[in-house]
Design a protein around this ligand. Structure first.
Ligand code: VGL
Ligand code: ZN
Length: 224
């Protein structure tokens, strides 16, 4: 399974019960960044287009922002002898180690300047505990610590979320899976996300798992 043989829902009519969750559109995930996702910058204009549609229908827009202190244990630099990409799995870190990324105060932690952040209702930061990584926008990797996203969406009476951004096989994947667990109807905007694909095959595997578990797919043209 790849993006070309997914079933894309069409003619979705947005309302204020819908939320757009834009994941980690920060410089470190863009080409040239510390944890660059190939063509990560190619989805910015499409995300802005969709964000405008949400805004026009009074649907909410939430941003997530990866946000790690310098001593974060997901960084290979904090494990003597290890390098980015090395396998490393504990209950809260892994399955691989990362280059230093999204450290507050660095350019890499900032949102890409072309992303229309002005339309966003809120920003949810994740991964600030140095001992716990947080791929999901809902739950840190201990699977216990909530970021506040579920509470925010519930208080806004949002029932359905549409996920886009970076990276497909990590933060978008886990946000989608946890979104289901928290009881939301979940869509992945498949043309508005790009994957890391490390380990190789991870993107296809992620799409399969999401599909099997009930995540639906849509794209930039799915909205009326
Ligand atoms: C991400 C790895 C580490 C992501 C964040 O945004 O997908 N991936 N931190
Ligand atoms: Zn991270």
């Amino acid at each position: 399974m790849d993006k070309s043989n997914l079933n894309y829902e069409k003619r979705i009519e947005l309302s204020k019960e819908d939320g757009l969750v834009i994941v980690d559109m920060q410089y470190d995930f863009m080409p040239g960044g510390a944890l660059a996702v190939e063509e990560g910058d190619h989805i910015i204009q499409g995300i802005n287009t969709v964000a405008k549609k949400f805004h026009n229908k009074s649907a909410s827009i939430i941003l997530t922002q990866d946000w790690h202190p310098k001593n974060h244990l997901s960084f290979a630099s904090n494990h003597p002898g290890k390098k980015p990409g090395d396998e490393y799995q504990t209950e809260t870190i892994g399955p691989i180690l990362w280059p230093d990324h999204c450290v507050p105060g660095t350019k890499g932690a900032e949102f890409h300047k072309d992303l229309q952040t002005v339309l966003a209702h809120a920003i949810i930061r994740k991964g600030y505990n140095p001992k716990i990584d947080s791929y999901s926008g809902f739950l840190e990797n201990d699977k216990k610590s909530e970021t506040g996203l579920a509470g925010l969406l519930r208080s806004l009476k949002i029932k359905k979320i549409f996920i886009c951004g970076l990276a497909l096989d990590y933060c978008c994947f886990w946000t989608a899976m946890d979104g289901l667990d928290f009881g939301f109807k979940v869509y992945l905007l498949a043309d508005l996300t790009k994957g890391i694909d490390d380990p190789p095959g991870n993107v296809v595997k992620s799409l399969e798992i999401m599909s099997k578990n009930g995540v639906k797919f849509a794209n930039v043209n799915s909205f009326i």
